[in-house]
Design a protein around this ligand. Structure first.
Ligand code: OGA
Ligand code: ZN
Ligand code: ZN
Length: 456
């Protein structure tokens, strides 16, 4: 750990002269708040405290007080009037220079040419003036950074976490059969199209619980398109923009028969699989059957992670070959995608579920010793899916639209007796989560003045 460093200090309030000082300083950062980077050990005696950004009271808006650099110029630390410090790597500052040469504010885009970017660049002069951090670089380039702009981009843990919470997919709340009725929200079709508040509520419901119902939709095949256009646009797949889920002779897809549809996710064989599934019930069968079934895979994966970690490990680590081969509307397809049943990110957080018996390839391209453990784990997973504690049945009524998260929920359908003049007819369309989240952020900003999540 380096304690003895030469600091270049520039202060706005306490004299603007650039001074050099030799300092032997103690580490006062809380190690839980900051990563242990050697650069983060640099302090200025003028700054009393470094820590998470306290929410400023209305009357005392913090201002920029001073700015210092560490001895080799790799890190800049700014001090605020409320006694906080925030550190920024010089490299990040140079990369994010906001001058017209480096950033186009109209396009909100970086224009700095990275072909010529020098990762060893260091600031030679640093100043805190008029609530701006001003830097002169070793190649004479000059950069100014607004203090509030810097604060919003602080690397402090709480600032980063808050930003992610507010701007990325909101908190997901998992559910099982016992609380399904409490989490299922219903919206009127007309309101969804005509009230942005209702549209936002609907999208937030689907984002949070993975499911919502819309009722009173007119009995035409093109109604889902109206909702999709309010969100963005339909996600087209090789089954078209609207696909007809009804008994179709000579079909290449089990869904287009009156048969039982085992629990599944749609299109696991796409790298970019549809995010939101919309099923519009035009005509429900009067016969027994035709009920839908849904399960929250987020709930099941959490449960397995706790109760059967080995099953969870195998399902997150073993890639499965998903496929779809056939023809639709004159288009011949051969889709392949390889992904585990439970896909997680680098932090182990749930990303996506893939599960479909009809679209699991007979090719299973894993080493021999992984085959049987995978089948055992898959059986344990399947048992949870069909466990009545986790799975919910309901029969859609004419005019209802079931909207659900295809990345998170599993769904199925009970087979039905296809009598003449009693033809069950659903229309399906998909939406991308990218567009739905974008709409959520835009509507939050417009209707609430901020993009913050209002979830509990
Ligand atoms: C599908 C599907 C459900 C239904 O087409 O993929 O899940 O109710 N259909 O027919
Ligand atoms: Zn610049
Ligand atoms: Zn389906």
């Amino acid at each position: 750990m380096l304690n003895l460093r030469t600091l270049v200090l520039a202060t706005a309030k306490f004299g603007s002269k650039i001074q050099s000082l030799k300092a032997c300083r103690q580490l006062r950062f809380s190690s839980t708040s900051y990563p242990t980077s050697v650069f983060r050990t640099v302090h200025s005696s003028e700054v009393k405290h470094q820590g998470p950004v306290a929410k400023p009271k209305e009357e005392e808006k913090p201002v920029l007080v001073n700015a210092i650099r560490d001895v080799d110029g790799s890190m800049i630390t700014i001090g605020t009037s409320t006694g906080e410090q925030h550190q920024y790597p010089s490299l990040w500052l140079r990369d994010n220079c906001q001058c017209p040469k480096c950033f186009n504010t109209v396009m909100q885009s970086r224009t700095l040419d990275w072909k010529y970017f020098d990762v060893n660049i260091k600031p030679t002069h640093i100043m805190a003036e008029d609530n701006q951090l001003k830097l002169v670089w070793s190649d004479d380039h000059e950069s100014d950074y607004d203090f509030n702009w810097l604060l919003e981009r602080s690397f402090a843990e709480n600032v980063r976490k808050d930003w992610l919470k507010q701007h990325y997919p909101m908190m997901r709340i998992s559910w099982d059969t016992a609380n399904f009725n409490k989490i299922l929200n219903k919206y009127n079709f007309h309101d969804v199209l005509n009230s942005e508040t209702t549209l936002l509520d609907l999208l937030e419901s689907v984002a949070t619980y993975g499911i919502a119902v819309i009722d009173n939709a007119p009995p035409q095949e093109d109604q889902l398109r109206k909702i999709a256009n309010k969100v963005g646009f339909i996600k087209r797949t090789h089954y078209g923009e609207e696909y007809m889920v009804k008994h179709q002779p000579d079909t290449n897809n089990l869904a287009y028969t009156p048969g039982n549809l085992q629990m599944h996710t749609d299109m696991p064989y796409y790298h970019h699989k549809p995010g939101i599934n919309m099923l519009h019930c035009l005509v429900q069968t009067e016969a027994i059957g035709g009920d839908n079934q849904v399960t929250d895979a987020l709930h099941i994966t959490k449960k397995l992670k706790e109760e059967k970690p080995e099953v969870y490990r195998v399902l997150t680590e073993t890639p499965v070959d998903w496929y779809d081969i056939g023809q639709e509307g004159g288009y011949t397809f051969h889709s392949l995608y390889r992904s585990p049943v439970i896909l997680t990110d680098s932090n182990g957080e749930f990303l996506r579920i893939d599960y479909s018996q009809q679209q699991r390839d007979t090719h299973f391209t894993v080493p021999l010793d992984q085959v049987i453990p995978w089948y055992e784990a898959h059986a344990a997973f399947t048992e949870e899916i069909y466990n009545p504690e986790n799975t919910v049945y309901f029969k859609l009524k004419d005019g209802e639209i079931l909207m659900f998260d295809n990345v998170r929920l599993l769904h199925g359908r009970k087979g039905y007796d296809d009598k003449p003049n009693n033809t069950r007819h659903l229309v399906g369309s998909y939406l991308d989560w990218d567009l739905a989240y974008s709409r959520i952020r835009v509507l939050r900003k417009k209707l609430r003045g901020h993009t913050l999540s209002n979830q509990p």
